[in-house]
Design a protein around this ligand. Structure first.
Ligand SMILES: [Zn+2]
Length: 717
């Protein structure tokens, strides 16, 4: 099963990269403000990388043991990045009794001396799976998938479709599942495909995502103008094989179907080394665009981040132009490790989708697949799309092509009705994209939820206020009224790349993306740097988290942020931040990943809730919020909604949930409080009037029989 990640053109401002300012000499921390940061990684030769991967493979069993994984789990080394100081970041996928674990990936961070310093988990710790024998047959799963498909109509199973047994670890409790594909009518036409994850016991649909991309527009034709191409000479002539960029070959797909762009493909070859005529009357013209765009994207990653191709292995991915008929789209497909470009349609004057920013966007989907592998639905899907917009934009700046100046508009060359597909400075201007985080972020199309991260990136790079970039008007409009200067796009891109390749995993959501970028900024510029501070302000400006204290320095403007929490408190009368958990973990400290929007349980309101305990073995968990200002007047109360389900019987409290204020227990609930639905609980806080307090929920389970405590809509007022 593979997914295709689709078009999102990308644009940006103007990279003024000198050829001398490459990253090999950068130190990881405290890179000076005037140098290219390079994201802190060493350049690796192909053999060096293979040796590092081989070492990671040999260490896999010992690493699994050191991390406390169970005997049925295996780690499979996927990628290794080495810091300039020798520290290694080893990315592993996981299997459970030989089955792929969806959401089981992790990154082990090792110091130069080999010691494990930290681990970034997609799913914390060892997996407990009830068994690997499915109750449902693959046929049952396909039937459930046909009923549960969301992206296509009249879903059916065709001979192209498949069902694979996997462990699905996106929810709190990993379950055996089928990863099934179906085919139906959708945005990519009558044979649009969709992946559906189906619980192998209950048949419940766990997740869905498009396998085929959505249709997006192209712009005004790819007018890269007269460019230099790298080609190869062989036999009696030349071919479009770029030996300098991983032997990337651009093929003429000859209108092969999207599902198999190689079906009728031919190489471009001729006796002279001159290609295309600047118009679609020559089949070569679109190939020139693609060859140029992919080479520029390759050079951007190589010269900026020391990354050698999509998988950092020096290998180029084949590209196909003239795919399908009237295809107004382009996409990357990890299953063929290839890229497809359509010829456009009458909707955009039949301009081929081979613009520079499209090439950068699609190839960046490959980089994401090879690194964080952000799941292409929900919030992680928005982050996946945003990553392609961010680096697609950066490629446009990097290329510095006078016919397509860098800016932060996406697809401004694509002849779209309103002049662009998306814009990063003001995502909501397109009428669909989100500029600010809200509880809808996990529900809307990934090309709309990407707006939040695109907006974050723009504000980090360029700051607030109006600017003209690449000849287009931009206006960084924060969601919280803040005002600050950016740190520049090169530093912002280095932070995003390091976060993507080192800290993000398949399950990363907006809240954890904030954490990942703050860590990356600390690695590159220091924990007390202005850069890290601006990152925190930019997240706060898109309604995620609160800004860090100003460490002092020169990059930020002196204008004060508004008083109170920059994320705002949407619920006056509630002294808690994010009491409904709709902003994920924002404001909360949790000992496990309890805050979730998993559809395995039901929230009281919105789509997020806290799922505490439910292990059926001895365990403790905590969920806390600090600095809560209890009102000084009246009778302040803590209220929240609680749903308790248990396998225990009787009224003895075996498994408990305690509520503490400043460490003192103020209420206790247990398996004896089990209820069919949520019940509102109230705790008197009069004793804490006018004080700033710490609130903590502490769950404790004994060794036998599970009790689950679901919490939602917590309020102090
Ligand atoms: Zn895309």
């Amino acid at each position: 099963m593979n997914r295709k990640t689709a078009l999102a053109a990308a644009v940006a401002a103007a990279l003024t990269l000198g050829t001398a300012a490459m990253a090999t000499s950068q130190s990881v921390a405290q890179a000076s403000a005037t140098t290219q940061p390079g994201a802190g990684f060493q350049a690796m030769s192909t053999t060096g990388r293979l040796a590092a991967l081989d070492q990671a493979g040999k260490e896999a069993a010992a690493t699994a043991k050191a991390l406390g994984l169970g005997p049925d789990e295996r780690l499979v080394a996927k990628d290794v990045l080495v810091d300039n100081d020798g520290a290694r970041h080893v990315r592993y996928d996981r299997t459970y009794r030989g089955l792929p674990v969806v959401g089981g990936d992790l990154v082990v961070h090792r110091a130069a001396n080999g010691k494990i310093t930290a681990t970034s988990w997609a799913h914390d710790g060892a997996l407990k799976v009830a068994g690997v024998t499915p109750k449902l047959t693959a046929g049952d799963a396909s039937a459930s998938a046909e009923r549960g498909a969301k992206h296509v109509k009249q879903a059916r199973t065709t001979n192209l479709d498949s069902s694979q047994l996997v462990v699905w670890a996106f929810g709190k409790v990993p379950v055996l599942a089928y990863r099934t594909t179906v085919t139906g009518a959708g945005e990519a036409g009558a044979n649009t495909r969709e992946a559906v994850l189906v619980d192998a016991a209950s048949g419940a649909v766990l997740d869905t995502y498009e396998v085929n991309p959505e249709i997006s527009g192209t712009g005004n034709g790819v007018n890269v103008g007269q460019v230099t191409l790298e080609t190869s000479q062989g036999g009696s002539g030349y071919t479009l094989t770029d030996a300098l960029h991983g032997s990337t070959v651009v093929y003429d797909s000859y209108n092969s179907p999207q599902s198999n762009p190689a079906q009728n493909a031919r190489t471009f070859s001729k006796s002279t080394n001159s290609w295309g005529n600047g118009s679609t009357s020559s089949r070569e013209s679109a190939a020139v665009d693609a060859s140029y765009g992919l080479a520029k994207t390759w050079d951007f990653y190589k010269n900026t981040f020391n990354r050698s191709g999509i998988r950092n292995d020096g290998r180029g991915a084949p590209a196909y132009v003239h795919v399908d008929n009237q295809l107004l789209n382009a996409f990357y497909d990890d299953s063929c490790f290839c890229m497809s470009f359509g010829d456009g349609s009458s909707q955009n004057g039949n301009i081929p989708l081979t613009a520079l920013d499209v090439s950068g966007h699609e190839m960046s989907h490959g980089v994401t697949a090879a690194t964080a592998n952000l799941n292409y639905s929900g919030e992680s899907g928005g982050l996946n799309e945003a990553t392609s917009d961010i680096f697609g934009s950066m490629v446009e700046f990097y290329a510095n092509n006078s016919t397509d100046a860098g800016d932060y508009y996406i697809g401004e060359k694509l002849n779209m009705g309103n002049g662009y597909l998306r814009r990063m400075d003001n995502p909501a201007a397109d009428g669909n994209s989100l500029s600010c985080y809200s509880s809808r972020a996990g529900q809307v199309d990934v090309h709309y939820s990407s707006g939040i991260a695109n907006h974050f990136f723009y504000l980090t790079a360029e700051g607030t206020g109006a600017k003209t970039i690449g000849g287009l008007p931009h206006n960084g409009t924060p969601c919280n009224g803040d005002s600050f200067s950016g740190i520049g796009k090169d530093k912002a891109a280095a932070i995003w790349y390091r976060a993507l390749t080192t800290y993000m995993t398949s399950t990363t959501n907006y809240s954890s993306a904030r954490t990942a970028t703050l860590q990356a900024a600390a690695d590159l510029y220091g924990a007390n740097s202005q850069e890290r501070y601006i990152v925190s302000k930019a997240w706060a400006a898109v309604s995620i988290g609160t800004a860090l204290p100003d460490p002092g320095g020169s990059t930020s403007s002196p204008s004060p942020s508004p008083s109170g929490s920059p994320t705002g408190n949407p619920n006056p009368g509630n002294a808690l931040v994010n009491g409904g958990f709709e902003q994920g973990a924002t404001g909360w400290t949790q000992s496990a990943n309890d805050i979730t929007n998993s559809n395995q349980q039901t929230p009281h309101g919105g789509s997020w809730y806290a799922w505490m305990m439910g292990y059926g073995s001895a365990n403790t968990e905590t969920l806390a919020q600090n600095n809560i200002a209890v009102p000084a007047a009246g009778s302040p109360k803590l209220t929240f909604w609680l749903k308790v389900t248990t396998s225990e019987t009787g009224t003895t409290a075996y498994d408990t949930l305690k509520v503490t204020v400043n460490g003192a227990t103020v209420a206790t609930y247990s398996n004896a409080n089990a209820s069919a639905g949520y019940v509102q609980k109230t705790v008197d806080l009069s004793a804490y009037r006018g004080q700033t307090v710490n609130l903590q929920f502490v769950g404790q389970e004994d060794a036998y029989l599970a009790t689950t405590f679901l919490l939602d809509d917590v309020s102090v007022g």
